[in-house]
Design a protein around this ligand. Structure first.
Ligand code: UT7
Length: 316
């Protein structure tokens, strides 16, 4: 089977900046609590008139430009999201139109909550095997401010909006990203009801229980990916974690003795952006030159479902 590598990255960040002080005007909270418990100082929300399509198209255009690839070379486009602008057409179909992707480009959305980007990358790796055009667009994008319960201080302070994109290429001589993916299939601790009649479709989360799940899921994913690829922690150039809580990342970093120059937190700037969180980190790291040609990056995600995933992703 062909493997994929990242060629280019980009992001689309909403214009509205919401600080912890802004949150304290909505619910009974304060900057000290939010910063110390989560690491978040502010987050971006879609402003009036901004859409997820605006963000995905912006992120994708930047990733295409960064990769030096044109829209007509793209064989497949997957948007990982649980908050598309419309259920039909999908966020990926909206992008197909805006970006002028070829009509035979496979375009669809994928929902695996915060693990969505990793599910999408694995799906893209499989899809490009069967595609004549060997380039793919994978985007993680969310408009979580639309489904936030503004009366629940335990969750509303956490979430942000945004989009991150990568362009990948598939080649027979490249290794697989060796994705490990899974789920527990439960709505007990974390759910968004959806279109059920009479039930407001807002995020419900029992944070402390999800925290415990995450603290176990992260090392499980790291161990599984290392075992599958035959690599050690020292073989990894950079670790990218889903940005759900700075404390979850700190615990993993401590457990694996990961040096400061090999991981990155941007949760202070974005909050938890679910499926967008990992590609937002990857895009920033790439722009800063912390990862680039030849880098081997171990990526870990976890979230609603309850889902989890890990992969070893290389840059071309
Ligand atoms: O991306 C999907 C996966 N999601 C996650 O991984 C999220 C994982 N969970 C978390 O990040 C944390 O559990 C939270 C940040 C959500 C909550 O932190 P916590 O340390 O688990 O706090 P808690 O829910 O146990 O609440 C502790 C106290 C409570 O007060 P009492 O009962 O001790 O008096 C809460 O009512 O903090 C209170 N509290 C707040 N206080 C000020 C909860 N939210 C707030 C708030 N401001 N925003």
């Amino acid at each position: 089977m062909n493997g994929i590598k990242i060629l280019g990255t980009g992001r689309g960040v909403p214009s509205k900046l919401v600080t912890n002080e802004d949150m304290a005007k909505i619910v009974d909270t304060n900057d000290e609590w939010i910063t110390s418990r989560t690491g978040i100082t502010h987050r971006h929300h879609l402003a009036e008139g901004e859409t997820i399509t605006d963000m995905t198209v912006l992120a994708a255009r930047r990733a295409l430009e960064n990769a030096g690839i044109s829209a007509d070379q793209i064989g497949a486009c997957i948007v990982a999201t649980l908050t598309p602008d419309t259920l039909v057409p999908s966020a990926a179909c909206c992008m197909q139109h805006e970006l002028n992707l070829p009509h035979d480009t496979v375009c669809f959305d994928l929902n695996a909550a915060c693990t969505g980007f990793l599910y999408a990358l694995h799906t893209m790796e499989c899809l490009l095997n069967a595609s004549e055009r060997k380039y793919g667009l994978v985007i993680g994008a969310e408009n979580l401010s639309r489904i936030t319960n503004w009366e629940d201080r335990g969750t509303c302070i956490l979430f942000g909006d945004g989009a991150g994109a990568v362009v990948v290429e598939s080649r027979p001589e490249w290794p697989s990203i060796s994705a490990i993916l899974g789920c527990h299939g439960t709505d007990q601790m974390l759910r968004v009801p959806g279109v059920e009649k009479g039930v407001p479709s807002l995020i419900y989360m029992e944070g402390t229980k999800v925290f415990k799940f995450a603290v176990e899921a992260v090392p499980y994913c790291i161990d599984q990916v290392l075992a599958r690829t035959g690599k050690t922690v020292d073989d990894v150039d950079f670790f990218v974690f889903h940005q759900a809580n700075a404390r979850i990342i700190d615990l993993a970093v401590k457990k694996y003795h990961i040096p400061q120059e090999k991981y990155y937190k941007n949760i202070c700037e974005y909050g938890n952006t679910s499926a967008a969180s990992i590609p937002l980190v990857i895009s920033e790291l790439h722009e800063m030159g912390k990862v680039g040609s030849g880098s081997r990056v171990l990526v870990v995600g976890f979230g609603g479902g309850l889902t989890w995933g890990g992969a070893m992703i290389e840059f071309a």
